[in-house]
Ligand binder design. Structure first.
Ligand code: SF4
Length: 377
């Protein structure tokens, strides 16, 4: 069996105003203890999955590159020691501009990291200030170029639209800068104001100046059209790649393939069971030290839930749901389960099917969540 590894590094220099990820600023004093706990989990889980081949690793966060280089090296070396990592595994790391020094990039490259994903969000300094980012547009450009100089040939940039006071023109310019950097992958996300964030508070006070629906839609359409024009093929609702540079690790999530999450708040999906680790960094370290379980929740979905999840996760991709995979996995006939709903969605021009796959139309992609709800049984 092949499996993906997700390794969570829950630290950031500063909390961005829109962010509800499990990531924390000001915990530098816990870096060393956290990595020690992570190494224990890596070693334990490596023993349990000794028969599996790891073909993708994603070190995410948070901002993994806020860790000192020697701690990142410890994490990578222990993964390689504890798991059977395929020689051609995709090994990604998330980074924020300004947190990647040359020696760090060289070291992680030497240890097999072959993909780097920069959270840039915008190449407009005004927009970056509005959303609480730690870097400038210039730093972002420098960081990408430095990564290229250090030998990275598979680079992603995350951009966002629908941000406060962001104009269509600013998004257009950000996309242009990204194209000029000759990267291989682009993720373009629309802002969602999440509970518990700074932006949620501002919105409640009526102090968040978001683009209107029409402008938001224009930004969405612009990013799709421009990315396609510049050779970035859309392969998931928010993800675009040059030929053969789709993120293999993220495809595992969407195709319901197994992955193991390591670290605080990390989620796993193994043998059809979803599992989440404790989310507090302190609890994670404490549980690890005292030999208690790191697992906070285990969920064995019902068959109906599993079918729905399988379907709507795959529908996020341009490929869509593989009918053969569905039938094999659930020992059931996809069309027998979903025909009524498919008829309705086809009438709404939200999906298409050729009998082998079912996928979203561009219209369906735009209103993905409404379509996904139709798959809940
Ligand atoms: S850098 Fe990323 S993970 Fe950290 S606070 Fe900002 S958006 Fe969240």
């Amino acid at each position: 069996m092949s499996v993906g590894l997700y390794v969570h590094i829950p630290f950031c220099k500063q909390k961005c105003y829109y962010c509800d990820f499990p990531s924390y600023a000001g915990l530098e004093h816990l870096y060393k203890d956290y990595v020690a706990a992570l190494v224990r989990e890596i070693s334990d889980q490596g023993g349990l999955l000794s028969e599996s081949v790891v073909d993708s690793i994603f070190i995410g966060g948070g901002t993994p590159t806020v860790l000192p280089t020697h701690l990142l090296v410890v994490v990578l070396e222990n993964i390689k020691r504890s798991f059977r990592v395929a020689p051609n595994a995709e090994i990604s790391i998330e980074a924020n501009p300004g947190t990647t020094e040359k020696t760090m990039l060289q070291e992680i490259r030497r240890l097999g990291v072959n993909r780097i994903s920069f959270g840039v969000q915008s190449f407009s300094n005004d927009v970056l200030r509005e959303i609480g980012r730690i870097h400038t547009a210039e730093t972002a450009v420098d960081s990408v170029v430095l990564a290229q100089d250090c030998g990275f040939t598979n680079i992603n940039i995350d951009l966002m639209y629908g941000l406060p006071n962001q104009s269509l023109e600013q998004l257009k310019r950000s996309l242009l800068v990204a194209y000029q950097l000759e990267i291989q992958h682009l993720s373009v996300y629309g802002l969602k104001v999440e509970e518990g964030t700074c932006f949620a508070e501002l919105e409640a006070e009526g102090a968040l100046n978001l683009p209107g629906d029409d402008e938001d839609e224009a930004m969405y359409e612009l990013s799709i059209a421009n990315n396609t024009q510049h050779g970035f093929k859309r392969y998931e609702i928010s993800n675009f790649a040059k030929l053969s540079y789709e993120c293999r690790h993220n495809l595992k999530y969407w195709y319901s393939e197994p992955y193991l999450g390591l670290g605080a708040a990390a989620h796993s999906f193994l043998d059809g069971v979803r599992r989440a680790n404790v989310s507090s960094v302190k609890d994670y370290i404490e549980c690890s030290r005292s030999g208690k379980s790191l697992v906070a929740s285990v969920e064995q979905p019902t068959v109906e839930t599993a079918m729905a999840e399988f379907s709507f996760l795959a529908l996020r991709t341009v490929r869509g749901i593989s009918i053969r995979d569905f039938n094999k996995k659930f020992n059931n006939d996809f069309f027998a389960v979903y025909q009524h709903r498919l008829n309705r969605l086809e009438r709404m021009e939200a999906i298409l099917s050729d009998g082998e796959y079912v996928w979203l139309t561009p219209q369906g992609m735009k209103f993905g969540n409404a379509v996904f709800r139709e798959f809940l049984l």
